[in-house]
Design a binder for this molecule. Structure first.
Ligand code: NAP
Length: 486
């Protein structure tokens, strides 16, 4: 059978591929070369409204399908994603810049959420509550929320979509997505596979737009009374705005927002494991990861050994176009992100940090940046207070456990935290003390479909993945049956 083409350059509304009402488009750029890969529609409020109305029309039939039948379609989507991994990964590398191997990894992760939710759809159990009187029976059921919308970022252009759309669709909701300006192609490719998998028209829709269209699309999504829930991944600033906009119609929100993850290495840690963990967590996707360690705190006794080993390994990271064999780190997504990384490094240097390796724009030019390790990082530096979102490991030394915890928690963010220790008492103590939604103890590999991904404090509300992730797209309803004893 002939394969469906995945390089789609139109929006997807009510089961049809379509342009914008006024025919305007914007260019999607390859960050490694600066070349335009495709032109995609600049949609706005009217196209978004149509997509929401299509999702509303499709809702009754989709919601009423037995969970097992919905799950079969979601599972077929998963199988198609897996079959087309190489094509999807190539599209992702082209528009996002991460090396192909990493892109394949993201497709596998994103697909795993789809598989998980396809299976979980049949296991949405309610409760029967022991009655307070012989005349009544109390029953709790979980029902799909209704029409849902999602807004996703560019750093994980596949997995952030499947992490929202697959639980929503499996739960019986219908869905309208707005992907990031920089990476709409990965999302549109997912829509092509959703169409092939057999989702009825209107169940899954995508509207595209550039940075200047995003507020208009977002306003329609958040103001339209048909929409019952918003799932958003992105910056804390935009998350707060969308939450405020959702207040007028009291929509449910899930917000996966910015992080400022601490990574603590205690004197009793396996230093080699900590170095490998820091390398994997910090330099993946050129550091453009919400759960990437942003502040590395290393206890005085192992500080020098850790710095020497990490510096040596970071200096060997091969930077290049993600499509080229052997590239281990691609460019930053765009000029704005590149300037932020440079500003953080310059600010740290000015305030006394030392460069162990890197510290400059990469010789390849464009938005490529040297993988960088800094020491002598202090709390007043930008790098300690804002998400750098780049390949810069800023290290500070500390003396006591209490100090490390105080520094780690000195932030409004609370997404992920990591620490390395071989002391079991300390492992429990520190895990409980860190104010983050997720904690990696002797491992940076925390994200998978079976765990509840999400933050506390200003890093967000709600969870994605696990049984909790599916429940975010449902609401609890309660039936009280009276007159039973008559
Ligand atoms: P962003 O600027 O907040 O953008 C995220 C999405 O929101 C994009 O689709 C963007 O559209 C859209 N958007 C921007 N302004 C909007 C508005 N006024 N109304 C409606 N939509 C709007 O974030 P980003 O720079 O793309 O992504 C990086 C951020 O995401 C980081 O802070 C990172 O930590 C966070 N993140 C968090 C998680 C998590 O799970 N907690 C995961 C990944 C990333 P355009 O692209 O068209 O502007």
């Amino acid at each position: 059978m002939q394969e469906v083409p995945l390089m789609k350059t139109q929006g997807y509304v009510d089961g049809r591929w379509c342009g914008s009402d006024d025919g305007r488009t914007f260019g999607v750029t390859n960050p490694a070369t600066g070349e335009t890969i495709a032109d995609v529609p600049r949609m706005g409020a009217s196209e978004t409204r149509r997509a929401i109305e299509a999702a509303d029309k499709a809702l009754p039939a989709w919601r009423s399908l037995p969970a097992k039948d919905r799950g079969k379609i979601v599972r077929r989507w998963y199988e198609l994603i897996v079959e087309r991994t190489d094509d999807l990964a190539r599209i992702m590398t082209l528009e996002q810049g991460k090396p192909l191997a990493e892109a394949r990894g993201e497709i596998a992760l994103g697909a795993a959420y789809v598989e998980w939710n396809a299976e979980e759809a049949k296991r949405v159990y309610g409760d029967v509550i022991p009655t307070l009187g012989s005349d009544r029976r109390m029953v709790v059921v979980k029902a799909p929320i209704g029409v849902c919308v999602g807004i996703t970022p560019w750093n994980f252009p596949h997995a952030m979509v499947t992490r929202k759309a697959s639980p929503a669709l499996a739960a019986g909701c219908t869905f309208v997505l707005k992907p990031a300006e920089a990476t709409p192609l990965s999302a549109l490719a997912l829509a092509a596979l959703a169409e092939e998998a057999g989702f009825p028209p209107g169940v899954f829709n995508i509207v595209t737009g550039d940075e200047s269209d995003a507020p208009e699309i977002g306003r329609e999504m958040t103001a339209n009374p048909i929409v019952r829930k918003l799932g958003f991944t992105g910056s804390t600033q935009v998350g707060k705005l969308l939450m405020e906009q959702c207040a007028a119609t009291v929509k449910k929100v899930s917000l996966e927002l910015g992080g400022n993850a601490p990574f603590i290495v205690f004197d009793d840690a396996d230093v080699d494991a900590a170095v490998s963990g820091a390398l994997a967590a910090k330099f993946r996707n050129a550091g453009q990861v919400c759960i990437s360690p942003n502040r590395l705190y290393v206890q005085a006794g192992v500080h020098d050994a850790f710095v020497a080993k990490l510096g040596e390994r970071v200096a060997k990271i091969r930077v290049g176009n993600g499509l080229e064999d052997g590239s281990q780190m691609g460019p930053l997504i765009e000029e704005q992100g590149f300037s932020k990384v440079l500003a953080h490094v310059e600010d740290a240097r000015k305030r006394g940090a030392k460069v162990v390796t890197g510290g400059s724009p990469h010789k390849l030019g464009g938005t490529f940046f040297d993988p960088t390790v800094l020491t002598g990082v202090t709390a007043d530096m930008l790098i300690s207070n804002e998400e750098t979102f780049g390949p810069v490991a800023g290290i500070a030394s500390f003396d006591t456990e209490a100090n490390a915890i105080a520094m780690a928690n000195d932030t409004v963010f609370g997404l992920a935290g990591y620490f390395y220790t071989r002391d079991i008492g300390r492992a429990w103590r520190v895990a409980e003390a860190l104010e983050t939604g997720m904690v990696g103890i002797n491992t940076p590999l925390i994200a998978n479909e079976a765990m509840p991904f999400g933050g506390i404090k200003q890093s967000g509300i709600g969870r994605e993945g696990s049984k909790y992730g599916l429940e975010e797209w449902m609401e609890i309803r309660y039936f009280c049956f009276g007159g039973i004893d008559k």
